[in-house]
Every structure is written in structure tokens, then in C-alpha cells.
Design a binder for this molecule. Sequence first.
Ligand SMILES: Cc1cc2nc3c(=O)[nH]c(=O)nc-3n(C[C@H](O)[C@H](O)[C@H](O)COP(=O)(O)OP(=O)(O)OC[C@H]3O[C@@H](n4cnc5c(N)ncnc54)[C@H](O)[C@@H]3O)c2cc1C
Length: 428
Amino acid sequence: MFNLSLEFKHKFDVLFIMSKFRIGIIGAGIQGVCNALFLQKKGHEVIIFDKNEPGSGASYGNAGHFSPYASVPLNRPDVLTDVPAMLLSSTGPLALKWNYVPRMIPWFFKFLRNCSKKNMMHTAKYMHQILDLALPAYDELFEELDLENLVIKNGIMYIWNNQNIESRNLEIKIRNELGVDQQLLNPKEIHDLEPNIKPIYDGGVFYSYARHTNNPKRVFQKLFDLFIQKGGKFLKQEINELNFDDQKPIIRSQTQRFIFDKVVIACGAFSKRISDNLYEDIPLETERGYHIHFKGCENLISRPVVFSNRGFGMTPMEQGLRVVGTVEFGGLKNPPSAERVRNLINNAKYMLDGLPEHDDEWLGFRPTLPDFLPVIGPSKNYKNVFYSFGHHHLGWTLGAISGKIVSKMILDEKTNLSLEPYSSLRFS
Ligand SMILES: Cc1cc2nc3c(=O)[nH]c(=O)nc-3n(C[C@H](O)[C@H](O)[C@H](O)COP(=O)(O)OP(=O)(O)OC[C@H]3O[C@@H](n4cnc5c(N)ncnc54)[C@H](O)[C@@H]3O)c2cc1C
């Protein structure tokens, strides 16, 4: 009996050791670090590579919203009728870098195909599936941190005027169908919540359970420090391709060679270069977005406020009032556009009186697939390579849940989620 139990214990140890992998993650944004932390929870050894400082990509300058309600996608029938007017309007959210238009055409045709009602509802359903789990997944990471009031639970508010009201009604209807908790607001209720906003609105919606951070960079840094404290390693190296030794991925930098059991690609909008090298044509593009700050103006509002008609928002941040928005199609290499910054300044002044000169112009790259679903899961051709990118406007919100899902996929653990909609195979 004694021997038997010893033998059983020995087998258990062997099983435990066998299940511990050496994992390389390429990309130290919110996706990379959240993947790393959930993998560490399962006992794996993790090294993250990034060509830049950790957390300096899109995860640095976003609006800081944790938006579990945001299931209604941008691929939808009504967007098509709105696009020409949006492109012509200097106050609208949409812009093109004309030199990039020829390269955008294939992506844009794929996007058009995804604007049917059926495809819109498919995206909404599967965004809702993961968005609904986004905050609990973060709580699993945040419970190990002292967040020092960096995550604020004051809700998030959207306001609008009656122009394009059909689009607002469609959004409300879809959220109702999905069971998203939303509190519609009349002008008086908006004024009561945010008295400094000029009365430019006819209605709005409030998500009282949504959260925001007043400094995404500091939240990222806390997560990253936890990763290092738990024995994680970071190497500042650019990685552009993988080699394989009998299916085991090899990451080769200029000076070193690392062999891993598994590799996760989490390079945000830059991930396509690596997936192309893995012989997989994933139609990843970038929606360029901007932010500016109005220093000392963060107390003008108590929570993030988004003006739906103009597709931009304002978040009270430690750096000041952060004004964030615009969707500009122009690729990864074009310089920032002064007109897009002007658009943000004018829009902010349209909503609030007394704003001073702005500071800190920033351009970031949202990673976006034409069906507005992320790619989460194994690569088509290499079973030991996993993807976690393409989270477009919601990659900050979806960091923890994506990491949790990948950490389960790597061990082939069952979940009660439908994960095929996020597979890269949908583009094959
Ligand atoms: C203006 C704006 C506002 C936004 N607001 C919100 C919001 O309020 N809420 C929300 O949920 N989402 C928001 N988003 C979206 C969100 O910021 C992104 O989806 C998210 O940050 C993407 O995270 P990521 O880790 O995939 O990419 P990133 O943060 O961009 O990280 C990718 C990392 O990969 C590295 N990398 C790239 N190529 C290589 C290589 N070859 N070798 C090594 N390293 C490499 C990069 O240096 C970078 O550090 C916003 C985005 C923008 C632009």
C-alpha cells in the first residue's frame, strides 16, 4: 500500500513537470502581459520579447475604458450609408491617408462583406461572449495588485444628438437582444451626471458597472512588474520570424536563439508580419487613433464621456483630460495627421467651455480584422504557435480574458465557450 501511494505520487510529479512549458511571447502590450500572467498561474515559464519598451504600443495611449457592454460592432449595414458623409465631414470620426487607399482596398472589400445584418449579429454575439467575461478575468489579475485607485468604478456615459438616431436605436436594440445592461438617459439625467458638458445632446446611455483607468500606462506597469516578480523574463529584441525544430518554435534574435514549447504572437497591429511568415494570410489592418491632453482639466468630468455622433471621447486621467478618437486608415508607416489632432481639439471644445492649449499629441495603432473579431487561438500551420491579437477598439478591455483563454487552449483544457469564431481558420 505504502509503495503504491509512493508510486502514484511520483507519477503525479512527472505529470506536473510534463505540463509545465517554456513559453515565448512576442509583444509586451496588454495582450502579451495578460497572456503571460495567466500562463504563469498555470506554472509555465514565460519570456516576453518586445522591440520597444513594454507597454509603449496601443496599450499606452488608449482611452482607458474597460467596456464590457461594447458588443455592437462597427461592421454593420448602417455604417455603409454613413461612411461618405463621415469622410467629408471635418468633425467626423473617419479619415483616410489617400496614399494608403490602394493597399486598403482588399481589406475594405472584406469589411463590406461583413456589414450584412447576419455578419453584424455574428460579431456582436461573439464579442458579447468574451466582453461579458472581461471584468471578472481582470479581477483575477487585479486581486494580486495594489492598484492605488488607478481603476475607477464610476461608469461610462455615451451621449448623442438626434442626427443618425436610427444608428443609436439599432445599437440599443442589439444590446437589448444580447442582454447587455444599459440605462438610457434623457438630457436632464445627462446634465445631472455631467453638468459641465454643454447641452449639445438629445439623449444618452449610461453603463454604471463599466470602469476606467486614469492611467493605462501605470496599470500596465503594475501588471508587468507582477510578471517579473513571478519569475518572468523580458528581452528587448525585435522578432520577425520563427523557425521550427520538429514543431518546436525557435525565436532567433540577432545574438541569441531560444527554443520554446509554445509561442504566443501578441504584436498588436504589427502581428501580420509574423503570421505571413507562418504562411497564413490573416487580413490584419490598423485603425489609427489619436489622443491629446488638456492639462488640469480632468475634473471637468467625473467619468469617461463619449460623443457617439462624432466618434470621440474624453477620459479624466492623471495626465489631464484625455481626448481620444478618430479612425484613420493609413497603415503603420504614414506620419501622424495634424488635421486629426485638430478634429479632436475642435470636438472637445464643442463639448466643454474653457479648455486651454492642448499637450501630448499621440498616434496609436488599433489592430483590426475585417469582421471585428479578434484572432485568439492556434495558428493554422503550427500547432505550438498561438495568436492573441486583432482586438481593435477593445484590446484594453479584452486583455485578461484573451490571456485566460489562450492559457487554457495551450493545455488543451475544455471551456464552455464557443472559440471557433476567433480562430484564424475563418480567413482560410
Ligand atoms: C486611440 C485609441 C483609444 C483606445 N481606447 C481603448 C479603450 O478605451 N478601451 C479598450 O478596450 N481599447 C482601446 N483601444 C484599443 C487598445 O488600446 C488596443 O486594442 C490594445 O492596446 C492592443 O493591445 P496589444 O497588446 O494587442 O497591442 P500593443 O499594445 O500595440 O502591443 C504590441 C506590442 O508588440 C510589439 N511588437 C510589434 N512587433 C514586434 C516585433 N516584431 N518584435 C517584438 N515586438 C514587437 C510592439 O512594440 C508593442 O509593444 C484604443 C486604441 C487606440 C489607438
